[in-house]
Design a protein around this ligand. Structure first.
Ligand code: RB5
Length: 148
C-alpha cells in the first residue's frame, strides 16, 4: 500500500514515529515534509500530500498538525480529496465505510502517537461500504466540488 504523509512542526515528531511504524508494516511511505521542529505553515505540506493522493500516486494520505484541523481544511480544498480529522476509533471507521475518505488528519496536540497508530490501522484496513446511499452522497460531494 502506498501512503503519503506530511506534517507541520507540531506534528513532526509524531510523523517520524508513524513513518517507522508504517514502513515496518510493509507500506511504501512517501514523506512530503516538514523536516524539522522549526515553525512552518501547514498548507505548504498538506497540499503536496493531497495532490499525490488526488493524482493516484499514493493510495491514502496521513496528515498531522497540532489539531489536525488546519491540515484537513487545506487537504479538502484539493479536488478528489475527502479528508477526515479523527481522534477516536468510531469516526475513523465510519469515514472509510461511509465517506470513502482518502486522507486521515490527526492532531499531535490532541491524541498520543499510540492512539494515532490505532486509528491509522483502522483507517487503512476498513473498506468503503460500497452501498448505493453512500455512493450517491459521495457523488454529490464530487458534483459540488466541480461547481467551483
Ligand atoms: C501550529 O501552531 C498549529 O496552529 C497547527 O499545527 C494546527 O493545529 C492548525 O490547525
Amino acid at each position: 500500500m502506498k501512503i503519503a504523509i506530511a506534517s507541520d512542526h507540531a506534528g513532526f515528531e509524531a510523523k517520524q514515529q508513524l513513518i517507522r511504524y508504517l514502513t515496518e508494516k510493509g507500506c511504501d511511505v512517501t514523506d512530503f515534509g516538514t523536516n524539522s521542529n522549526e515553525s512552518c505553515d501547514y498548507p505548504d505540506f498538506a497540499v503536496k500530500c493531497a495532490d499525490s493522493v488526488a493524482d493516484k500516486s499514493n493510495d491514502y494520505g496521513i496528515l498531522i498538525c497540532g489539531t489536525g484541523i488546519g491540515m484537513s481544511i487545506c487537504a479538502n480544498k484539493v479536488k478528489g480529496i475527502r479528508c477526515a480529522n479523527c481522534s477516536e476509533e468510531f469516526s475513523t471507521q465510519m469515514t472509510r465505510e461511509h465517506n470513502d475518505a482518502n486522507i486521515l488528519a490527526l492532531g499531535a496536540r490532541v491524541i498520543t502517537v499510540d492512539k494515532m497508530k490505532k486509528l491509522i490501522d483502522i483507517f487503512l484496513n476498513t473498506p468503503f461500504s460500497n452501498q448505493e446511499n453512500h455512493i450517491r452522497r459521495i457523488n454529490k460531494i464530487t458534483q459540488t466540488e466541480n461547481l467551483y
